[in-house]
Design a protein around this ligand. Structure first.
Ligand code: NAP
Length: 287
């Protein structure tokens, strides 16, 4: 691309940001859609988030993504926040408005589009969700707000599962989320479930770890969706497959959260053809 006086800049703030695939998403989309836009990662040191957002506004950056560990901290620096992001308590996308930035959470809608594109239903389903951190909390909210029948939320620290369950149940006005300790999976009803893996266990370089190891747990799963995409096949996914289930990684979630951010920044709709072209570019990093 040619950078000139009209080039708009978007970027990513987080720490670390060196291994991000987000530039692949946004720079590929800009090239395919003919937008004069460049996307750059910006490492932001601890305690500097407010300065970073202020600086971005002063430099008139069109938009920012926000990643670990600043998705909650950044909220204090926003001009405005989308109600969904406020409910979830985490923001991963900032959009330039007059006077500052408005914060959105596109992770959740990104996961929903990823599930849809694989033909995985949430509405009316009974779902196992592993984890109660930032990502799992958004997934719990997604499942509850998209009509899941029940979500068994299993976490190492039971109190965190209980907190997420009560907040989400209160937000949707129904007792959808059932908090449980990890070791209590034996108490799950006798049937097969969609299971969403939302802990950080198994993330590269700890590729030989899964949050639950026992075969009896994986025999309860017909479809496993791991939010992790590095490694390409996590141990959780391998255990699901070895016990007769189908498994997916989180790369399409990453793809669609980026696409939704790009749509917000540029006020456009990205076609499925462009989305799949970006996906192929991202996949190439895992071959
Ligand atoms: P987080 O807030 O740090 O939460 C970590 C979760 O993992 C907590 O539930 C924690 O349990 C659990 N955990 C950590 N170590 C454990 C262990 N040794 N044994 C059992 N449980 C353990 O992290 P996050 O932001 O939610 O992210 C979770 C994962 O989602 C990450 O791997 C991230 O890469 C992935 N993610 C993917 C996408 C995507 O676009 N595909 C987007 C967002 C996140 P405790 O509560 O007991 O500590």
């Amino acid at each position: 691309m040619t950078i000139d006086g009209k080039t708009r800049t978007c970027g990513l703030i987080g720490n670390p940001v060196e291994h991000t695939l987000s530039p692949v998403i946004h720079n590929t989309l800009a090239a395919r859609m003919g937008h004069n836009l460049v996307y750059v990662p910006f490492p932001v040191a601890e305690g500097k988030v407010a300065d970073a957002v202020k600086g971005a506004a002063a430099l008139n950056l069109l938009g920012l993504n926000v990643t670990v560990p600043y998705k909650s901290e950044v909220i204090g620096s926003l001009q405005d926040i989308d109600p969904l992001a406020a409910h979830i308590g985490a923001v991963n996308t900032l959009v330039r408005t007059e006077g500052g930035y408005k914060g959105y959470n596109t992770d959740m809608e990104g996961l929903y589009r990823a599930l849809e594109s694989e033909g995985i239903r949430i509405g009316g389903e009974e779902i196992i969700l592993l984890g109660a951190g930032g990502a799992a909390r958004a997934v719990a909210y997604l499942c509850a707000s998209k009509g899941a029948e029940r979500v068994y939320l299993l976490n190492r620290t039971l109190e965190k599962a209980q907190t997420v369950a009560s907040e989400v149940n209160q937000a949707v006005g129904a007792e959808v989320i059932v908090p449980m300790a990890l070791g209590d999976y034996g108490r799950l009803p006798e049937r097969r479930f969609l299971a969403i893996q939302g802990t950080s266990v198994g993330l590269f370089p700890h590729v030989e770890e899964a949050v639950i190891e026992e075969k009896e747990f994986y025999q309860k799963i017909h479809t496993g969706f791991d939010l992790i995409y590095s490694p390409w096949e996590t141990r959780f996914m391998r255990l699901v497959r070895e016990n007769g289930g189908t498994a997916y990684n989180g790369l399409k979630m990453l793809l669609y959260q980026g696409i939704i951010a790009y749509e917000l920044w540029n006020n456009v709709k990205v076609s499925e053809e462009d989305a799949m072209a970006v996906y192929e570019q991202m996949r190439a990093y895992f071959q």
